[in-house]
Write a protein that binds this ligand. Structure first.
Ligand SMILES: Nc1nc2c(ncn2[C@@H]2O[C@H](COP(=O)(O)OP(=O)(O)OP(=O)(O)O)[C@@H](O)[C@H]2O)c(=O)[nH]1
Ligand SMILES: [Mg+2]
Length: 223
């Protein structure tokens, strides 16, 4: 059956391209396909993760200097649109800048239209920060489906990584199946992410998941 396939197949990404950047809510695009949002604290590896998925080294700008991406950057990934959100938790920005960031993000998630899934990135080496926890609560509040993607897995031994996955999941009150460990450096975990994407994109285009498409009696039809 379709759903069984969806869990085992990976999405194929052929040609990802940059669409545009938005500095404020009025500039958000009106998507014509499912949107996958990528969020996470500054320097966690969002841009590197996006480049890994796209198979391109420089699609999203990476930087060793934290807090560089202050815009919502949109990319066309063929079957979906990927939105790279500005990183949070960067200590060296002003209060005004932080407020602006919070407003942008709030507007982005409030206008839920088209957001099929959120990848919330967190560093596999560390306990989740207070900002990470807040971000997750925010996703819960907006009832957005999400997966926690742990980055920089290449920096840990296999044993340590396994330990960290368990500890981070417990810290966030999530089951380990809600976490995917990845490395943009080695490509570790990429296929798990692509499988998740296949599932999410297929589900987003099922009529039952589009708004108010159900028949009046609410009965499901067997095919
Ligand atoms: N070893 C290793 N380094 C990584 C990995 N992912 C990212 N990095 C490094 O971490 C730094 C930050 O990566 P970015 O991808 O720019 O992080 P970001 O989250 O987009 O950062 P901002 O846009 O500034 O918030 C860079 O020096 C990357 O090379 C990874 O999987 N393994
Ligand atoms: Mg970035």
């Amino acid at each position: 059956m379709y759903e069984t396939n969806a869990k085992t197949q990976s999405l194929v990404i052929k040609n990802a391209t940059f669409i545009t950047s938005a500095a404020r809510a009025e500039q958000f695009i009106k998507p014509d396909k499912p949107v996958i949002a990528v969020c996470g604290k500054s320097n966690v590896g969002k841009s590197s993760f996006i480049n890994m998925l796209a198979n391109r080294k420089k699609l999203a700008k990476t930087s060793s200097e934290p807090g560089r991406t202050r815009l919502v950057n949109y990319f066309d990934f063929g079957e979906f649109i990927l939105a790279d959100l500005p990183g949070y938790g960067f200590a060296r920005v002003s209060k005004a800048e932080k407020d602006k960031w919070a407003k942008t993000l709030d507007a982005f998630f409030r206008n839920k239209n088209g957001i099929a899934h959120v990848f919330m990135l967190a560093d596999s080496r560390h306990d989740p920060t207070e900002d990470d926890v807040q971000m997750m609560q925010f996703l819960h509040y907006h009832t957005l489906p999400f997966t926690v993607v742990l980055t920089k897995a290449d920096k840990l031994s296999k044993m340590k990584l396994k330990e960290h996955i368990r500890a981070i999941a417990a810290d966030l009150y999530l089951g380990v199946e809600n976490l995917i460990a990845t490395s943009a450096e080695t490509g570790y975990g990429k296929d798990d992410v692509l499988k998740k994407l296949r599932f999410v994109i297929d589900r987003a285009s099922e009529p039952a998941y589009e708004e108010e498409e159900e028949g009046e009696d609410g009965e499901e039809k067997e095919e």
